[in-house]
Structures are given as C-alpha cells and as structure tokens.
Write a protein that binds this ligand. Structure first.
Ligand code: FEO
Length: 171
C-alpha cells in the first residue's frame, strides 16, 4: 500500500473514532434528558462506528501497512434539543461520505484496485447512514412541539439493537 493511501486510511480511522465519540456524546445528552430510547439509539450508533474503525484497521494490517492512531478531538456536549442532535448527526454523516469519496478518488488515481474494491462497502454503508439520520430528522420536524409524538419516537428508536457482524464478514 502506498504511503499516501496509508495516511488517508489512518486519517479515516481517526474520523470513524471521532464519529463514535460524537455519537456517544449525543447518547449521554439524550439519556440526561430522559430520552432513553434516543440515548440507546446513539449508543448503538457509536458501537457501529467502532466496527467501521475495525474494518479499516484490519485492512491496513492485511495490506502490510502501518496503523498510526491519532489524537481524537473532543465532540460537542450540548444540543438545543433532539432535533439539533439528529441534524448534527446527519451533517456529520454527509462529511463522512465526502471523506470516503475522496479516498475512493485517491484509490482510482493511484490505480489501487484492491483499496477501491474494499471501499465499496463504505460507499454503500454511507447511503444507509445518511438516509437513517435524514428520516429521523424529518420525523422530529413533523413532531415539532408535540410531546406525545416525541415520546412515541423515543420509544421506537429505543428498539434498535447492536448486532455484531458475522465472523469473517466481507470487509
Ligand atoms: Fe462510519 Fe457513520 O459512518
């Protein structure tokens, strides 16, 4: 693996770790406001980000590269409400999609077909990541100040569970 690609993926490992940190912070904020379903949803999201970290981590090692972990920035700790938190999540996922696309561009430029193929899982994953956040933002906008609606959505989001990907699942 070229050094330029190794650096790009190490930077992405950092971005995915930050994603986990951000969602854990959003989770804490929701739990502290008794929005336990949303708190649980964000906690699952934080766990999923660690799966993304693991995929990049293993890929670098499999290609005989060097994993170089970097400092993780502190995430925000306050939001004006659940809508602002989920809007923040959507905005963040759009940034992550753009970062993934830039690595895909680099892989194409360098003729690194292996990395290009590896990245397709993330390209597809980002469709779901953005769509899910966008849907929840839309529902929260519909709910507005309706506390019964918020209560029901919180309950529904609390049903999300974290599932480990099957052993040996394609990276
Ligand atoms: Fe790792 Fe939410 O993208």
């Amino acid at each position: 693996m070229k050094k330029s690609m190794q650096k790009a993926i190490n930077d992405q490992i950092n971005a995915e770790l930050y994603s986990s940190y951000l969602y854990l912070s959003m989770s804490a904020w929701c739990f502290s406001r008794d929005l336990n379903g949303m708190g649980s949803w964000f906690k699952v999201q934080a766990q999923e980000e660690l799966i993304h970290v693991g995929k990049f981590f293993s890929y670098v090692l499999d290609r005989d590269g060097k994993v170089e972990l970097q400092k993780i920035d502190g995430p925000p700790t306050e939001w004006s409400g659940p809508l602002a938190a989920f809007e923040g999540a959507l905005e963040h996922e759009r940034k992550i999609t753009s970062k993934i696309n830039k690595i895909v561009d680099l892989a194409a430029k360098e003729g690194d077909h292996t990395t290009h193929t590896f990245l397709q899982w993330f390209v597809n994953e980002q469709i779901e990541e953005e769509a899910t956040a966008k849907q929840i933002v839309g529902q929260l906008r519909l709910i507005g100040d309706n506390t019964s609606g918020l209560f029901l959505l919180d309950k529904e989001l609390g049903t999300r569970v974290f599932t480990l990907p099957p052993a040996g699942a394609a990276a």
